[in-house]
Ligand binder design. Structure first.
Ligand SMILES: *[C@@H]1O[C@H](CO)[C@@H](O)[C@H](O)[C@H]1NC(C)=O
Ligand SMILES: *[C@@H]1O[C@H](CO)[C@@H](O)[C@H](O)[C@H]1NC(C)=O
Ligand SMILES: *[C@@H]1O[C@H](CO)[C@@H](O)[C@H](O)[C@H]1NC(C)=O
Length: 153
């Protein structure tokens, strides 16, 4: 197990410095679920699970405001984005990018705020090798969506 991890670290380090090769070898997918909630948590007082937030616009924003990619959640609140690993290296994604839900929470539940947007940073969910030519499939996901009242479209 330890040797596998060391191998992957070396592999990722090598891939970060050779962007042309990366495009053919690496696939990075960002996916997750958006809930109709200011913090994604259970409603402890009432013991309710938040509803899913369907038809919500999910943006990948890097740097201060730059929208790199976007998609819409499906009927289960699920979104999935594939990014170009040459432009959006794993390191940049983890350090400099975040997910922003550009649809206000009041859209899914009128009693939730119409000001501010949900946002989350990214973390590594899984890494695997598979498919034709042994592509490295990197899966990233949100650390947790939290309402940020300073965020605008
Ligand atoms: C989501 O969008 C589809 C197509 O525009 C629409 O038919 C559906 O009613 C919407 N669902 C919700 C929960 O807004
Ligand atoms: C939403 O996408 C997920 C993942 O692809 C899928 O499992 C789920 O069935 C989809 N839900 C709807 C309502 O399409
Ligand atoms: C809407 O949000 C309020 C406040 O969080 C909650 O009490 C209510 O159950 C939500 N409504 C639905 C339909 O989920």
């Amino acid at each position: 197990m330890a040797s596998t991890n060391i191998f992957l670290i070396f592999l990722l380090a090598a891939l970060i410095v050779t962007p042309v090769v990366v495009a053919q070898l690496v696939s990075i997918r960002i996916s997750g679920v958006v809930l109709c909630s200011v913090n994604g948590n259970l409603d402890v007082i009432n013991g309710l699970t938040p509803q899913v937030f369907s038809n919500a616009s999910v943006q990948l924003r890097c740097g201060t405001r730059n929208v790199v990619s976007s998609t819409i959640t499906n009927g289960s609140g699920v979104f999935s984005l594939v990014v170009d690993p040459r432009v959006n290296t794993l390191l940049l994604l983890l350090l400099n990018c975040r997910l922003v839900v550009a649809t206000p929470l009041s859209t899914c539940n009128a009693s939730l705020p119409s000001v501010g947007l949900l946002a989350s940073s990214l973390n590594l969910v899984n890494i695997g090798i598979g498919g034709v030519g042994g592509r490295i499939n990197i899966g990233l996901g949100p650390t947790g969506f939290i309402l940020n009242i300073n965020l605008i479209f």
